[in-house]
Design a protein around this ligand. Structure first.
Ligand SMILES: [Mn+2]
Length: 395
C-alpha cells in the first residue's frame, strides 16, 4: 500500500500545478481548503472546515460515514432551510475540534459569493515598541471558538442574514513594509470588488492604510470611527513615512477619508508636543479623549457620531489599545486609563444603522497576555462588527 505521506505529496503537487502556484505563495488556509473533499453543487458553496453538520440540518448525522475525522464532515450548509454558512454549535462539535478558522466558519480562498469575510493580516514590522501582532490573527481565530452565532443583546442574527466565511490571510512580506502595503491593497481591491465587506484580524495599525486605499477606491472617501489610544496621525519616525503611527495621515494626504466624518475615541497618553491633537482637529476630525469617556456611558456620544456619519460609507478601525490594558494587555503600545469592554460594545453597537463598508481589529499581540483575554476581546469585537453590518437582521 502506498504510504499516506506519498499520496499527500502527490496531491499537493497536483494542486500546485493546477493552480500554477509556487510553493511559497500559498497559505495554510489555502491548503486546508484545497485538501478538503470536493464541493457540493451549490453555486455559492464554500468549504466546510472544522465542523460537522448540525443534526437538524443533516438528519441524525453525528460525524457519519463520510467523515474522515471527527469534526471534518463533508462540505455542507449548517443551517436547515437556508443557504448561509453557520458556525457549528458546541452542543454538537467540541470547541477545540476542527481547523482553526474564525468562529470555525468555512474557509474559502476567494471572496466571491460572500457578503462579508474575515481576513487576517499578520504583519507587525510597522510596530514602534513591542512587536508580536503578527500572531494576532491566529490567536484571535483560536479564541473565537468561544463566540456563538446570535447576539441576544442586540437581537442580531448575522449568520441568518449574510454569507460569511474566513478567507485566510494576506501573504505579507515581513521584511518589507512598502511591499506589504502593496500586497494588502491588491488583496483588498479583490475583496471589495467582489461586493464583500472585509472584517480584518490584525496585524499592526499600518495595515489600515492600504486597506483604506482599496476601500476608498471603490466607495470614495469614507467616514471613520477610529477607536485607539493614539491618533496614528504622525508624519514620520526614524525618517520613515510608513509605520503604525502614521496610517491616518497618509490616508488624509491621499484623500481616502471624508475628514468631517472622522471620529477618534479613547485618545490618551503622554506626547512629545504640548498639543498633539492639533493636526487631527485641523483636518476636521472629532477627537474624543479617554478622559471624556471615563465613568460614563458612550451611548449619547454614539448618537452624535451617527449624525456626524450620515448615510454615506464608513469604516470602523478598532485598535485594541483603545481599551484599558487591564482588559487588553496583549498589545504593543499600551496606555493606562483606557476604555472599558462595555464602552467598546457601546461604540460598535452604536454604529448599527450606519453604512459600514469594512472594519478591522488591530494590534493584538498575544505574547504579552498569558490569559488570552486580549485575543478573546478581539474575537468578540469582530463578531460585534459583523452584527452591526447593514442587512443584518434582528430577531
Ligand atoms: Mn493604532
Amino acid at each position: 500500500m502506498e504510504p499516506l505521506f506519498l499520496r499527500g505529496s502527490q496531491l499537493l503537487r497536483r494542486i500546485l500545478c493546477k493552480e500554477r502556484l509556487c510553493p511559497w505563495k500559498f497559505s495554510a488556509t489555502f491548503l486546508a481548503a484545497k485538501l478538503q473533499p470536493p464541493l457540493r453543487s451549490s453555486p455559492r458553496a464554500s468549504l466546510c472546515v472544522g465542523a460537522t453538520a448540525h443534526p437538524a440540518a443533516a438528519g441524525s448525522h453525528r460525524g457519519g460515514s463520510e467523515s474522515l475525522l471527527a469534526g471534518h464532515g463533508a462540505p455542507r450548509r449548517f443551517l436547515a432551510g437556508t443557504s448561509f454558512n453557520l458556525p457549528p454549535s458546541a452542543q454538537f462539535v467540541a470547541r477545540p475540534v476542527g481547523v482553526c478558522s474564525m468562529m470555525k466558519l468555512p474557509v474559502q480562498t476567494s471572496p466571491e459569493g460572500l457578503d462579508a469575510a474575515f481576513v487576517g493580516v499578520p504583519l507587525d514590522t510597522g510596530t514602534s515598541n513591542r512587536p508580536g501582532a503578527r500572531f494576532g490573527p491566529r490567536q484571535i481565530r483560536a479564541e473565537s471558538c468561544m463566540v456563538r452565532t446570535y447576539n441576544p443583546s442586540t437581537g442580531a442574527a448575522p449568520f441568518h442574514s449574510l454569507m460569511v466565511a474566513d478567507i485566510g490571510d494576506v501573504n505579507v512580506n515581513l521584511y518589507n513594509l512598502q511591499e506589504s502595503c502593496r500586497q494588502i491593497r491588491e488583496a483588498y481591491q479583490k475583496i471589495v470588488a467582489a461586493g464583500c465587506i472585509p472584517l480584518t484580524l490584525g496585524g499592526d495599525h499600518t495595515i489600515t492604510y492600504p486597506i483604506l486605499q482599496a476601500v476608498a477606491e471603490k466607495h470614495g472617501p469614507v467616514g471613520l470611527v477610529h477607536v485607539d489610544a493614539h491618533t496614528d496621525t504622525g508624519d514620520t519616525a526614524l525618517g520613515e513615512k510608513i509605520y503604525h503611527g502614521t496610517p491616518f495621515r497618509r490616508c488624509v494626504e491621499e484623500g481616502l477619508l471624508d475628514c468631517k466624518r472622522v471620529v477618534q475615541i479613547g485618545i490618551r497618553g503622554s506626547s512629545y508636543t504640548p498639543d498633539p491633537y492639533k493636526y487631527c482637529r485641523d483636518q476636521g476630525f472629532r477627537v474624543v479623549l479617554a478622559e471624556d469617556c471615563w465613568l460614563k456611558s458612550l451611548v449619547p456620544l454614539m448618537g452624535e457620531v451617527r449624525k456626524q456619519m450620515g448615510d454615506k460609507p464608513i469604516y470602523i478601525s478598532f485598535d485594541i489599545d483603545g481599551l484599558d490594558p487591564a482588559y487588553a494587555p496583549g498589545t504593543g503600545t499600551p496606555e493606562i486609563a483606557g476604555l472599558t469592554p462595555a464602552q467598546a460594545l457601546e461604540i460598535i453597537r452604536g454604529c448599527k444603522g450606519l453604512n459600514i463598508v469594512g472594519g478591522d481589529l488591530v494590534e493584538v499581540a498575544p505574547i504579552y497576555d498569558a490569559s488570552g483575554n486580549t485575543a478573546l476581546m478581539g474575537a468578540n469585537l469582530l463578531f460585534e462588527m459583523l452584527c452591526a453590518l447593514p442587512r443584518v437582521k434582528t430577531i
